[in-house]
Design a binder for this molecule. Sequence first.
Ligand code: ATP
Ligand code: LTN
Length: 346
Amino acid sequence: MTNEQHTAPVEEKPARKKIILSGIQPTGIFTLGNYIGAVRNWGQLQEDYDCYYFVADLHSLTIRQNPADLRKQTLEAFALLLAAGIDPEKSLVFIQSHVHNHAELGWILMCNSMFGELSRMTQFKDKSAKHADNVNAGLFTYPSLMAADILLYQADLVPVGQDQTQHLEFTRNVATRFNGLYGDVFRLPEAYLPKEGAKIMSLQDPARKMSKSDPNPKARISILDDEASILRKFRSAVTDSEAHVCYREDKPGISNLMTIYSVVTGKSYEAIEDEFDGRGYGDFKTAVGEAVAEELRPIRENFARLMADKKYLEDVYKMGAERAQSISNRTLTKVRKKVGLLAKPF
Ligand code: ATP
Ligand code: LTN
């Protein structure tokens, strides 16, 4: 054998692209918090990862919904994902309930989720306090269905805002327990948090997160708000009375606006502090409003165009559901076999 043959490069298998997966509930038009904390990043990840994104309509049934509104909001949420930059040619986009594997694996994982660990979920505690007249079993087992969403696709990374990290930890625990009992079936996913803006706060109460279901529209920027309302809402955002633009823990209102401004302009906190040194909050709030309006304008325009073409939306979600069903069948078939369900006769 010659030396040359020894050192000839071994043909390398191309590295597997990591799988990214995330979902959003169709509980209303997305807020600037959803956008900065989640959806904006989803679009940016498409180039480097295999991305799966879906509208979590089953999850939204944990809160009482008006059926006609839910149907409308589900289609809108789907259109919003596309409008905000998710390209169905690059990513798999679908609607959760169109892929029945989610509900099926959800049930199996519920049977592997412990009452105690579900009871510790802060989202369950918050939502059951907020909807005390409807503390249903789905609200309680919500994280098991979320674990199914993630584990079905063997996701590596799950880009979410900070409020979802506990559910990710839960998912890893259930997956580890299941793998321990039945052998390695699930890949353990990790949360993927944005460097900045993982928690955008309410404009009216900077101690609370901005939420699409906040009854006060002044507390949130909807990503479809027009420029005039965006400017108005930022002008009336609750801040302190110091009139000095700087990022500090004891100035949650101004710090929140700085995070928003920093994310949409790409400027650092120091650069923003310099830019507004000696100028009042009025100027700063207007600048934040203008920058946000500029960022959101194309989304509003894309959304209007997409909603005018229902046939296109239907084609895209149909194609998405078919592919998602076929990909997730692989994991579900394995799971069914592992837990001892008799193979399906069809
Ligand atoms: P709801 O008000 O109906 O509970 P929500 O606004 O909290 O809804 P979700 O559908 O629960 O929105 O969340 C979608 C994604 O947006 C999740 O990844 C979540 O972490 C993220 N997210 C939600 N609110 C914020 C926020 N204020 N800041 C950053 N990220 C957020
Ligand atoms: N629980 C999430 C929505 C959601 C999700 C998921 C996110 C449902 N299934 C799977 C990531 C992965 C929320 O309320 N934001």
